[in-house]
Design a protein around this ligand. Structure first.
Ligand SMILES: [Zn+2]
Length: 230
C-alpha cells in the first residue's frame, strides 16, 4: 500500500502522461508478436505493474490493444506470454478456449465497447480439455457439456487426418479447436462479422507451446471470407 502523499504525486504525474492511443489491427498483432519474442529472450519490459500504470488505467479506464480468448490452464498466463501489462489485454479464459454464450458476449464487449483492434484465440499444446475430448474420457458434473463443445474439433481432425490416434490426434486437434472457436465467434456475432468485414478488427489464431513458451501464430481462419459473409 502506497502512502497517500505518494499517491498524490503519482496522480499529478498522470496529468502529464501521454494519453492512450489505439493501434491498428496489424500494429496490435505486431506488438503481441514482439511481446512473445521479449518473453522468449528473457528481456521482459512488462508486465508494467508500477503504481503509475495502475493509477492511469484506474483513472482513465481500460484501452486494451487486443481481446484474447484463451484456456484456463495455469501454464498459459496470457499477459506473461505476450509481455504485456495492466490494461493492455482484455482476456477471456475458459477451459479449452471454447466460445459459448458468455465467452462470445465477452469478446463482443472487447470488440464493440473497448474497441480492441485485434482478437486472438489462443490454444496451447497439451490442453487437458482437448485431450479429454479426444480420448472420450468419462467426466462428471458439467464437464461433459464442455466436452461436447470440443468434440466437433476432434471429429474435424479425424476427417482430415484419419491416420492419427491417441496423443497425436489430440495435439492435431488443438489447432482445429482454435478454428472452431473462431467459427463460433463469427457465426454467433453479427457485430464481430461486421467489424471484420470492415477491417476494423483482425481475428487470428495462435497456439502456445507450453514447453518453450513460443506462440505459434496460425493467422486468420482459412475460410474467413465465407464465415464473414454468412
Ligand atoms: Zn487447455
Amino acid at each position: 500500500m502506497l502512502p497517500k502523499s505518494l499517491l498524490g504525486v503519482l496522480a499529478g504525474l498522470l496529468l502529464v502522461a501521454p494519453a492512450f492511443s489505439q493501434p491498428s489491427p496489424e500494429e496490435s498483432l505486431q506488438r503481441l508478436k514482439e511481446g512473445n519474442k521479449s518473453y522468449l529472450n528473457g528481456i521482459q519490459r512488462f508486465p508494467k505493474i508500477d503504481p503509475i500504470r495502475r493509477l492511469k488505467t484506474a483513472v482513465e479506464g481500460q484501452r486494451p490493444i487486443a481481446t484474447v480468448l484463451g484456456c484456463s490452464d495455469a501454464r498459459v498466463p496470457v499477459e506473461v506470454a505476450f509481455d504485456k501489462a495492466f490494461g493492455d489485454l482484455f482476456i477471456v479464459r475458459v477451459a479449452g478456449n471454447v466460445c459459448q454464450m458468455a465467452e462470445l458476449a465477452s469478446v463482443e464487449y472487447g470488440v464493440n465497447y473497448l474497441k480492441t483492434p485485434l482478437v486472438v484465440v489462443l490454444g496451447h499444446t497439451k490442453c487437458g480439455a482437448v485431450h479429454a475430448a479426444a480420448q472420450g474420457t468419462e467426466l462428471s458434473g458439467s464437464l461433459p457439456k464442455l466436452m461436447a463443445e470440443i468434440r466437433p474439433a476432434i471429429e474435424a481432425t479425424r476427417r482430415k487426418h484419419p491416420e492419427l490416434t491417441g496423443e497425436a490426434l489430440a495435439e492435431a486437434a488443438i489447432d482445429e479447436n482454435v478454428w472452431k472457436s473462431i467459427e463460433d465467434l463469427l457465426g454467433g456475432s453479427e457485430p464481430i462479422r461486421k467489424a471484420v468485414h470492415e477491417k476494423r478488427v483482425l481475428i487470428v489464431g495462435g497456439v502456445r507451446d507450453i514447453k518453450t513458451g513460443k506462440i505459434i501464430w496460425l493467422g486468420e481462419h482459412p475460410e474467413q471470407a465465407r464465415l464473414v459473409a454468412q
